[in-house]
Design a protein around this ligand. Sequence first.
Ligand code: NAD
Ligand code: DAU
Length: 383
Amino acid sequence: MAKRNIAITGGAGFIGSHVVRLFVNKYPEYNIINLDKLTYAGNLANLKDIEDKPNYKFVKMDICDFEAFYKLMQEEHINGIIHLAAESHVDRSIKDPFTFARTNVMGTLSLLQAAKLYWESLPEKYEGKRFYHISTDEVYGALAMNHPEGIKPPFTTTASSTEHHLAYGDDFFYEETKYNPHSPYSASKASSDHFVHAYHDTYGMPTIITNCSNNYGPYQFPEKLIPLFINNIRHRKPLPVYGKGENVRDWLFVEDHARAIDVIFHEGKVAETYNIGGFNEWKNIDIIKVVIKTVDRLLDRKEGEDLALITYVPDRLGHDVRYAIDSTKLQKELQWEPSLQFEEGIEKTVRWYLENQEWMDNITSGEYEKYYKEMYEDKDIPN
Ligand code: NAD
Ligand code: DAU
């Protein structure tokens, strides 16, 4: 096999940094090029531990810059692309959809076209190449919640050990599920997925797409539920729960997502889609209670004392009711499965944020405060 020169886009973000770390440490013989614009969500502090490794390089670049990416492909002889760069936060997409269309749609198209031109110019063309696009379960829309109290296994099979791991409806998102995105974010991701399919079907580009459920773990930007709430609990600030807190999300530890990406990049079948998830559905309010109790315990507070911080606020516009991903294909065909039970994952995550307060404090100063104020001011939440 040719030496791998892999461009990982969005490598300074949450999931991207875990993928970069895994690849840099596991494959010293590969060249790993982290390509990131460093938006508010990109943070090179996420990669401090590997930044001096000889097989790692960081390039600051906007994925919409076609010329720059084409040049980089030529200079670095890129033969693999793992594309994670995106605007990723649903709430921001509701306020500013254009940025999402620009990066997620035009940026993806720009990468595809540069890869096409470069790879088609080589004697071996697409042989040994991979364009791996990281997408989301949100493109499938929302599932019904027809069992509001939850059903016991066999609906949930792998990561289950407590009553919280129940399925809240009798359907899942499958690879064949029709796309039906609702938010500007998911619409932009769906559109980028269609372009990736089109480059395979039209030009024969060796593409793969994966659609993953909600990730949690270290290095997540605190605009997302779990790190935001851990930080607010630490500072005893109100916890803004959208609507009644009844929406269901399906949670996967981020390192398990990175492991899946590794397996699929190397062994996945070209032109296929794989769903990634751990059969781990939770109502928001239940997960919030677990996070509160874990933080309280680790901070030596009275367990549950911060439940009083829960503050119900107006719902997110177009809030999808339930996500639940069926990852049987990935588990059966490529023998991947989540390595962590949810309880272990959440304990590890809360502990990490509490032990890395400097990382959090660096992010939550300045611009973040402005964002928080703007995002939550309509919701009547004190800052
Ligand atoms: P993130 O917001 O933490 O990171 C995104 C990264 O992309 C940042 O480093 C940012 O600087 C970079 N970026 C943004 N615009 C760019 C541009 N124009 N050019 C170059 N770089 C740019 O996101 P994340 O949560 O790590 O998500 C990564 C990918 O995984 C996204 O494609 C997202 O849709 C997908 N995904 C996320 C989740 C989740 O739960 N977080 C679940 C499934 C899929
Ligand atoms: O399903 C995969 C998706 O998961 C990814 O594609 C997205 O990039 C990622 O951001 C995530 O989207 P969600 O909208 O599900 O994640 P978020 O953390 O923003 O919200 C999780 C749930 O918590 C959702 O139902 C909204 C609710 N919520 C969120 C915030 C930030 C609250 O109740 N209060 C909040 O303050």
